[in-house]
Design a binder for this molecule. Structure first.
Ligand SMILES: *[C@@H]1O[C@H](CO)[C@@H](O)[C@H](O)[C@H]1NC(C)=O
Ligand SMILES: *[C@@H]1O[C@H](CO)[C@@H](O)[C@H](O)[C@H]1NC(C)=O
Ligand SMILES: *[C@@H]1O[C@H](CO)[C@@H](O)[C@H](O)[C@H]1NC(C)=O
Ligand SMILES: *[C@@H]1O[C@H](CO)[C@@H](O)[C@H](O)[C@H]1NC(C)=O
Ligand SMILES: *[C@@H]1O[C@H](CO)[C@@H](O)[C@H](O)[C@H]1NC(C)=O
Ligand SMILES: *[C@@H]1O[C@H](CO)[C@@H](O)[C@H](O)[C@H]1NC(C)=O
Length: 427
């Protein structure tokens, strides 16, 4: 099996040390190179044309990444991909302290105090937080690459409105839960000082650490804010152009195409979506979220500028290869087409996505097979955010508490690409 060398803590608990060593020996003897190639062989249709970036990066992969996970922007899918990367490459992921839930005490400004001690020092961070560069700089290595993802504000607001309709007091106050009624007079329902107010107004700017209440008429504020963001973030992805975003991400970090495979996570059922067909409503949403709208427009423009600098033929081929590889992986995992299911119909509890309220239906996936027959790679691919965060915390706590000293000749390092960055210090 392609990814048989992945070890999981539940299994780890049950496996004797001897067996673990045996497993390493087995994988080791198969040879790192062979293993890596066989992985690619199984998911990727063809090697790229000569002039395009190879599917397997010849450069050392960059492993220090801070992903600002914004709300309702397909960021859970990116987080899942980063978590899986971290596990495969033995990279420590900063995770929230228990008191912070699975987010870093959002909506508070991020503080390094929110990070669970067993996950320090990290090389990757990908859970919800309100951006605070000073604190992140103290926590993360100095070669950290900052990335984030934005979404077109009309679709994003619709998503926020229905997802947080029971959380956000501004939305709860609206008669009949009607988005149209809210938009006709937002200030009648919105109070900026309330808890969870940020889900109702310029949420992107809030998540990025900006001031969502700033007067959009002030023509100096946003350009300055954007310059700050551009000075920190190497890549701003866009939910609307997800595959292209991942291709840019792969090039930025010198990752393999295998490292950006995904299936979409944390989606609502079609029935839970409001259909915004009216240009009037769309304009109202943009006017109410004027800062977010201008922010998005700016980064959409720079995104396309970035893409236009690439060889268009190569870009298209890579997007297609990614798409095909994701489909192959999904066919393998689901033994056919992935079936989106309401949470209660998902048999495996570990795979049931969190439901924000009875009025919204967040759909997830079930996997064929159960127990030892479950393919671990597939399990991770569809594991919802809350469960994956808990799982990673357990795994990393186990590792840090036990202080496992790797056996020299069989060092698991041999299974991994050689270290390219300062080794992770054991805490
Ligand atoms: C959080 O960060 C914002 C933006 O930098 C700042 O204006 C605000 O005062 C901070 N809040 C607290 C409680 O520190
Ligand atoms: C980054 O950190 C490493 C190790 O912590 C240190 O050796 C190096 O000098 C630092 N580089 C910069 C540019 O600060
Ligand atoms: C709420 O819905 C009810 C029934 O559909 C309707 O009679 C009422 O006018 C609505 N309220 C508002 C404020 O639109
Ligand atoms: C929105 O449209 C889709 C299909 O176009 C439909 O299935 C869904 O029920 C609609 N949602 C609402 C709330 O009307
Ligand atoms: C993003 O920019 C491109 C290129 O200018 C444009 O075609 C597209 O409509 C924009 N997308 C959105 C969602 O605004
Ligand atoms: C991961 O790295 C840590 C610290 O460098 C090491 O102790 C551990 O054995 C490694 N595990 C694997 C599976 O490579």
């Amino acid at each position: 099996m392609a990814c048989a060398w992945l070890i999981f803590p539940n299994g780890l608990k049950m496996m004797s040390r001897k067996k673990i060593l045996l497993l390493f020996l087995l994988a080791f003897s198969t040879g790192t190179l062979l293993l890596r190639q066989s992985v690619h062989f199984s998911w990727f249709p063809k090697s790229p044309p000569f002039s395009c970036a190879p599917w397997v990066s010849p450069h050392p992969k960059h492993t220090a990444v801070a992903f600002l996970k914004t709300h309702k922007t397909a960021s859970t899918t990116v987080q899942n991909l980063l978590f899986r990367f971290a596990e495969r490459h033995n990279v420590t992921v900063a995770l929230p302290h228990h008191a912070c839930d699975h987010q870093f005490c959002y909506p508070h400004n991020f503080s390094a105090r929110f990070v669970h001690p067993y996950t320090i020092p990290p090389r990757l961070i990908a859970s919800h937080l309100r951006f605070n560069h000073d604190e992140l700089r103290h926590l993360m290595p100095n070669d950290t690459v900052y990335i984030t993802i934005l979404r077109e504000p009309v679709a994003m607001f619709e998503s926020l409105f229905s997802y947080y309709n029971q959380y956000c007091p501004a939305f709860r106050r609206v008669p009949n839960g009607s988005m149209e009624i809210f938009l006709n007079n937002p200030s009648q329902y919105y109070r900026s000082h309330e808890k969870y107010a940020m889900y109702a107004h310029n949420t992107l700017v809030y998540d990025l650490g900006g001031d969502p209440e700033h007067n959009p008429e002030d023509s100096t504020y946003l350009p300055k804010f954007i310059r700050q963001i551009e000075g920190i973030f190497s890549l701003v992805m866009l939910a609307e152009y997800f595959d292209e975003s991942l291709v840019l991400l792969r090039h930025l970090l010198a990752w393999d195409l295998e490292d950006i495979l995904y299936v979409k996570l944390n989606m609502r059922s079609l029935e839970s979506k409001l259909n915004i067909s009216s240009a009037h409503v769309a304009a109202q949403i943009r006017a109410w979220n004027a800062l977010d709208a201008a922010l998005y427009d700016h980064f959409n423009a720079t995104f396309w500028k970035k893409l236009s600098k690439m060889d268009q033929g190569c870009l298209q081929k890579e997007v297609r290869a990614l798409h095909q590889a994701c489909e192959r992986l999904a066919r393998h995992c689901f033994r056919g087409q992935p079936q989106l299911r309401p949470a209660m119909q998902i048999k495996n509890k570990d795979l049931r996505p969190w439901q924000p309220s009875a009025k919204v239906d967040i759909v997830g996936y079930d996997l064929p097979g159960s127990g030892p027959h479950l393919d671990e790679q597939c399990l991770k691919l569809v594991m919802p955010e809350v469960q994956y965060s808990r799982y990673l915390l357990r795994k990393q706590s186990l590792k840090n508490r036990r202080r496992v000293v790797p056996h020299r000749p069989l060092s698991p390092q041999g299974l991994l690409p050689p270290p390219r960055h300062p080794a992770i210090k054991a805490s």
